[in-house]
Design a protein. Sequence first.
Length: 596
Amino acid sequence: MPKLAIDRLDHAPKTVLEKSGRSARGLSARGLCALIDALPEPMWAKDRSHRWVMVNDAFCNYMGRTRVELLGKTERDFSPDREASIIWENDETVFATGQARIDEVVAINQDELPRVLRTHLSLLRDTAERDLLIGVIREADLPTTLGPYVDRDEDNDSQRAPQERRKLDRLTSQQVRYAFSDPLTQLLNRRSFMNLFDTTKTNRCESAAIFVVGIDHIKLVNDRFGHCVGDGVIIEVADRLRASIRNIDILGRLDGDEFIVLAEDIDSMQAERIADKILLEIARPMKLSQQDYRVSVSIGVAMFPSHGSDAQDLVRNAGMALRWCKRRRRGGIEFYSDGASVAAERISAIEMKLPLALDHSSLTLHYQPIVSCNDRSVQGFEALVRWQDDQLGELTPSEFIPLAERMGLIYELGQTVLDQACAYITTVADPKISVWVNVSGLQLMDETFPIFVAETLQKHEISGERLLLEITESAAMDADAAVWQVFDELASIGVRLVIDDFGTGFSNLSRLKELPFAAIKIDQEFIHDLPNSPQDCAIFRATVAIAKELNLKIVAEGIENAGQEDFVRRLSVDYLQGYRYGRPMSDVKFKKYRKA
Ligand code: C2E
Ligand code: CA
Ligand code: CA
């Protein structure tokens, strides 16, 4: 089997591509990506679980999806079930036998002219001995188009070998069905819906609403209960949508978990009523194979003509409203608006740029001093990630960390942060000064995380005592047995763990006692109004008492003024952090702590 030297094929999450964090030598990742992206043919690589770990630009265009949407997903996330199963089986044969194969499919392009596409599949083994399935799509040489499928040009057909023609005939009929309706729900598919919309809409009505309805968390349903239940939910949602709208309204299925409704001759008030009805209808429990399931949907709405004049614009804008809705409040309704579109576009831009920012190491760290409550001497620095982009300006971590988590990029981001933070602490002369690094709950679910931490400490030749990892209270309390194991392993290499944002979650005190934590950071929310808010004073006092009882060191963060400092000092907390002692700044600002 041929071998391919791959540093990193793409921006796939580390858990997918190189969980151990070690990479092989060979053509540089950037060089390889540029080369593959320059190819005119759609090309991809899938791992043994059929997930895309590399896709080139041409394949993204072919799928009508962004790289970010595709990576880590499988054909089942995007294609109708039967189509996905055929592709899955074909791929599986190559994985099982190692034999390359060519499959033909008939695709119908925008002019409704079927084209024959050949998918070349072959198996490569990367330098870590993992199998990667490489696929390339090429248009068949003869004929380039078959003509409209309804009156196919017989002369053209006769030019091909009989065996090939038979294969095409079979695939054509199958494909033609996929081309117009969704096999699972029998609803119109995206293409048919758009065609119908453009031919009917503007001639017939003065106003209309487009609803894009997305099922919330269908992936969770699939993962937890299997694809059969997932499909059952989709069919049930389709039925309930049909029941919620008027007979004259048009219903289609856009993608895996998204539906679309066109309701003509209605204004936005009526549109809202329809959307409310849909939400109520879907909220009722669903009985599938004797079990009750509950799902919710989110709805994005665009109005014709104010939010667009053709199907493309309206569907895009309703989709944007849906994505905005899912970010703000799942299970709700959002109408398209300029504000929503600006925010949604910024989020999309961040999603597009984040993999590149990671690749080009354009994320940097700022450091904020943590001082002793006794004498204000610096005891440590908290590392806070920063990203300055030419077009987007300065981005706050609150803007991009949640996206990195959703996109599976948090592992890579976390590794970069840890590496930079450890490199920084080696430049600080006083060995008692430590670096405090924020860790996302997702990183803790990767059982190789402690190995990476140990390797990083070793690489920079620093002891575990110089590193503290901050874990939010909610992540700490959600920890299952596997995460506890991670905590224990980290503690065993001398790394101390800190509960961040303490007070914002609901800590189970007995659990807190058992976890190997060294300190808690009381959330700024409870510091801000000290000493004027009696309620916050009471909460602060109680929290300090609990922490002392549990033998945990206490950090008060977000201290900005003397009043706050006096209050917390009287309760003898251990460490202070806040603008009063120093803002987060680049490492060059802390020259005096540097080694000579
Ligand atoms: P956090 O861990 O609670 O970090 C403290 C935040 O409060 C920082 O915001 C800091 O700049 C800000 N801050 C510090 N002192 C004061 C003060 O006196 N007054 C006020 N008003 N604010 C103060 P920042 O840098 O925007 O970070 C926001 C959050 O992003 C962090 O909250 C943390 O949860 C997350 N974050 C930052 N860097 C990383 C990272 O490398 N990895 C992960 N997973 N999360 C990170
Ligand atoms: Ca923190
Ligand atoms: Ca905090």
